[in-house]
Design a protein around this ligand. Structure first.
Ligand SMILES: *[C@@H]1O[C@H](CO)[C@@H](O)[C@H](O)[C@H]1NC(C)=O
Ligand SMILES: *[C@@H]1O[C@H](CO)[C@@H](O)[C@H](O)[C@H]1NC(C)=O
Length: 264
């Protein structure tokens, strides 16, 4: 069951590694117009950048398993990764693969063809928050995070918003399945709307009975409910493996990058 999501991630990472190796083998003659790229190129070819790129790959593929903080020596690397062009590009590639797959789905007029999206680092980016909190180098502070959520100011990931709208247009029923709590429903739907999202079929948050349950179990249980209601879950989009693995998994899972935090 896990082999399908792994396949899609592998493809994405292959695309990523091609970009990395071309950066590592920079031509000797450098034109002035490529100067803006030198920070990225250098951080990818020196020892530190090489280590951090490898650490990143291990984290995204789940080879790293559970981790709580990025290596402190990789702070600059992930700052450039998240705030430069690479993060957006990586997300866009995932969205494009998602759309290619979606266009092969034989839609049924019964209206039960579904797609699941996670919220944080999937539909919305919390980059403004993490820019103030060390890009994953600080220990998670729940009260700080809750204050940020209440602001409802997280922007959309542009490629996710495009994907979301395209899927809706194609007739997929969209379910938003998040680890955020039921008490954050109002702020969360407000944030989604402000970021441009509309017309979801369901917004599923952790209820009181879900407290303390690992994300993989909570999300699987909620997908199970949808399957029992007759939905066919074709695709699932999340930044965490716990969004994608477990039971009642989607036919195809799409793993977005997130080197800032890991949710088991
Ligand atoms: C994603 O697909 C769009 C539309 O086909 C294309 O313009 C864009 O270049 C693709 N992006 C990437 C990063 O491959
Ligand atoms: C978490 O953040 C709050 C402010 O939002 C602060 O008062 C508190 O000291 C922080 N806790 C830790 C452990 O850093």
């Amino acid at each position: 069951m896990a082999s399908r999501p792994l396949t899609s991630v592998f493809l994405i990472l292959l695309v990523g590694s091609v970009t990395d190796s071309s950066a590592a083998f920079d031509p000797i003659i450098r034109f002035p117009t490529t100067r803006t790229m030198t920070v990225d190129s250098r951080s990818n070819s020196d020892g530190e950048g090489l280590y951090c790129a490898s650490w990143h790959l291990a984290a995204e593929t789940n080879n790293a398993g559970a981790w709580t903080q990025i290596p402190s020596r990789c702070f600059s690397y992930f700052k450039y990764y998240m705030t430069g062009k690479r993060y957006d590009s990586d997300c866009e590639v995932v969205a494009n693969f998602s759309l290619s797959f979606a266009s092969t789905v034989q839609m049924d007029p019964d209206g039960k063809d579904a797609w699941i999206f996670d919220i944080d680092e999937a539909l919305l980016t919390n980059l403004p928050y993490y820019m103030d909190h060390g890009f994953g180098s600080e220990v998670f502070n729940e009260s700080c995070w809750d204050e940020w959520v209440a602001l409802a100011k997280a922007p959309a990931i542009p490629s996710s918003l495009n994907l979301y709208n395209a899927l809706k247009q194609m007739g997929f029923k969209i379910f938003v399945l998040t680890g955020r709590g039921e008490h954050q429903r109002q702020d969360t739907s407000k944030n989604l709307e402000l970021a441009g999202y509309a017309g979801w079929e369901g917004l599923i948050l952790r209820g009181a009975s879900d407290v303390g349950i690992p994300a993989t179990v909570y999300k699987s249980e909620r997908r199970s409910v949808l399957v029992n209601e007759g939905y066919r879950i074709h695709g699932s989009t999340g930044d965490q493996w716990s969004d994608l693995l477990g039971f009642a998994v989607a036919k195809r899972s799409f793993k977005l990058p997130n080197p800032m935090y890991y949710i088991p």
